[in-house]
Design a protein around this ligand. Sequence first.
Ligand SMILES: [Zn+2]
Length: 319
Amino acid sequence: MYPWLTPVWQPLLQGVRERRLGHALLLKGMAGLGKRELAGRLATTLLCQHTNNAPCGMCHACELNAAGSHSDLQVVGREGRSIGIDAIRELSRIMGESARLGHGKVAIIERAELMTDAAANALLKTLEEPAGEATLILVSSQPERLLPTLISRCQQWLVPLPDTQLALAWLQEQGVAATPAALSINQGSPLQTLDYLNTGADDKRLQLLTALAGLGETASHLPTVQAGLLEQPVHLVWVQLLLQDALQVALGAKAPLKLDDCQHLSRRLAGTGPLALHELNSGLLELRRRLQPGQGRPMNAGLQLSQWLRRLQQTLTHE
Ligand SMILES: [Zn+2]
């Protein structure tokens, strides 16, 4: 199990052993912290036939769970863009049946925020009925999107962000060269950072930001930068972090920079002054809002992006 889960896993385990856990639990915390694995381990522990030593890894229930074929464990929400009422009704029906192995039943709803209103209301009804031996585990990285009445019926468990040193040490153990900047870009999530580093995104970021900061000297790579950003508008967040760092330098603030490995670039940008940076930053925010994934690409997105890049280039040229 991931080391940063220990502070939440220990009390959960204690709760299982002392039979103090509620019939409905909500595991919440930002994406990329391993909440799904935590829910799976909790389910395995609840279903294990050796209660005092759970999860023992040796009993029939543990073997079935390891093979992913325990009929007393139901999981919904792993795939698809929403969780509909049919899935929840089916889940409730199965949960109402008696346990095959006599150690209760467990249902996990991953990405619970994707439940439709009808699905959430159906689940609420299920929770209002006597729970019997069933335990429901909701997993969500956006609990604010859940019905408040649903949340209030759940025992809530927060999976906290690991501290930077622990996250960096774990990443190093995975064989990647992680920096505080890479972790910062991924909002402190070790799993997202690992994915980010393994896909070579960090090199792309350094290339992109170096090219942007160099626009004052040469505009020859502007078309490449523009094409790249239009294809991957999500990379604009890197540009935004660099601009924010530059603004911080320009204002003489002492707080540590987010992209500490791009200090030479943020210092170069800082030369354009806080006012220009502030304007560029507002323009970029607007651009990011328009290019958000799932919004569909506005007709003139390419034009807006190129206007913004031209403005950046002009600012850098006239500093
Ligand atoms: Zn077991």
